[in-house]
Design a protein around this ligand. Structure first.
Ligand SMILES: NC(=O)c1ccc[n+]([C@@H]2O[C@H](COP(=O)([O-])OP(=O)(O)OC[C@H]3O[C@@H](n4cnc5c(N)ncnc54)[C@H](OP(=O)(O)O)[C@@H]3O)[C@@H](O)[C@H]2O)c1
Length: 284
């Protein structure tokens, strides 16, 4: 059962936004999706209309090119920080609840313990710093905001780590994959289902930061092995370290999340990573 709430999804054409919109519609919500080129979150007039017409606003829009952000700092901050602050101000004026998606890149990835929401942030890339600034601006706006940090997400819309590996495997017999980055591959359909549960909560709208990731942890290398084995691919995968792949942007080695807080809110454990990943692979 859903009420007649109008849910406006920003970034609805992206990887998460696509699944989220579909999931909302399947559950009977009136979902309106907005994205570039028709809708620009940095355009104050367009953003105000989007907020004013929503009962709940979900922001999946972001500048997500981690590598390019290192040289495109201005645009990364404009989309990921300034626009999110503006969104908070408009939402606060109208008392519209906001669900905003953020990232593990707000952390430096030091240590080997799963991050809780209370842990100190320390972004090590422009993308991470711009997303962190967005969180801070949203909180400072005074809007009723539920910030959900996700990590290692994958879905059918757009590109992701697994799809890229499969592409590389088309032309190579062996691949090197890093074994010093650890996290939990998390399906966008699972994130979408969790967001639907949050919207359906009868009690007060949950304000604050929440970590959401699939259960369990795995290295990128182990994840790649799992995916290639499930698809019966013969490409040999060898482990390597992150410093063998110099990139413009530094990536956190430890992306593990402690999800106790959101599991309490949802009233259930988040599925362990293998099952949703297997379903995703079956559909590829
Ligand atoms: N993918 C991951 O592993 C991951 C991990 C942690 C957190 N996240 C977070 O998850 C959220 C969803 O990301 P995603 O994975 O779905 O990435 P995505 O596929 O890149 O989706 C982002 C969407 O935002 C749109 N967008 C960019 N600039 C915009 C603007 N100025 N106005 C309106 N829309 C704009 C993009 O449009 P264009 O494609 O046309 O640019 C795209 O449709 C983001 O907040 C991201 O930071 C993702």
């Amino acid at each position: 059962m859903t009420d007649n709430k109008k849910i406006v999804v920003l970034g609805a054409g992206g990887m998460l936004g696509t699944d989220l919109r579909k999931t909302l519609e399947q559950r009977g919500y009136q979902a309106v999706g907005l994205d570039l080129p028709e809708f620009d979150i940095c355009d104050a007039g367009q953003l105000k209309v989007a907020v004013d017409t929503a009962d709940i606003l979900i922001n999946c829009a972001a500048y997500t090119n981690v590598e390019k952000a290192e040289t495109d700092e201005r645009i990364a901050y404009k989309v990921n920080a300034d626009a999110v602050g503006m969104l908070g101000e408009f939402a606060c004026e109208k008392n519209i609840p906001v669900i905003h998606i953020s990232t593990d890149f707000v952390f430096d990835g030091e240590g080997d313990r799963p991050y809780t929401e209370e842990d100190s942030t320390n972004a090590i890339s422009v993308y991470g710093a711009s997303k962190l600034a967005g969180e801070q601006k949203l909180i400072e706006s005074g809007a009723r905001a539920c910030i959900i940090r996700v990590q290692w997400t994958y879905g059918h819309a757009g590109t992701n780590f697994i799809k890229k590996l499969f592409e590389f495997a088309q032309t190579r017999d062996t691949l090197k994959v890093v074994d010093d980055q650890v996290g939990a591959p998390t399906a966008t359909v699972e994130v979408s289902a969790a967001i639907c549960r949050i919207i359906a909560i009868d009690a007060e709208f949950p304000v604050g930061i929440f970590h959401f990731a699939a259960g369990g942890y795995v290295s990128r290398y182990e994840m790649a092995k799992f995916a290639f084995e499930k698809k019966g691919m013969t490409t040999v995968i060898n482990p390597c370290k992150s410093d063998e792949f110099p990139t413009a942007a530094a990536r956190p080695l430890n992306s593990r999340f402690d999800c106790t807080k959101i599991e309490r809110l949802l009233g259930e454990k988040i599925k362990a990573w293998p099952e949703p990943l297997e379903e995703f692979l079956d559909q590829l």
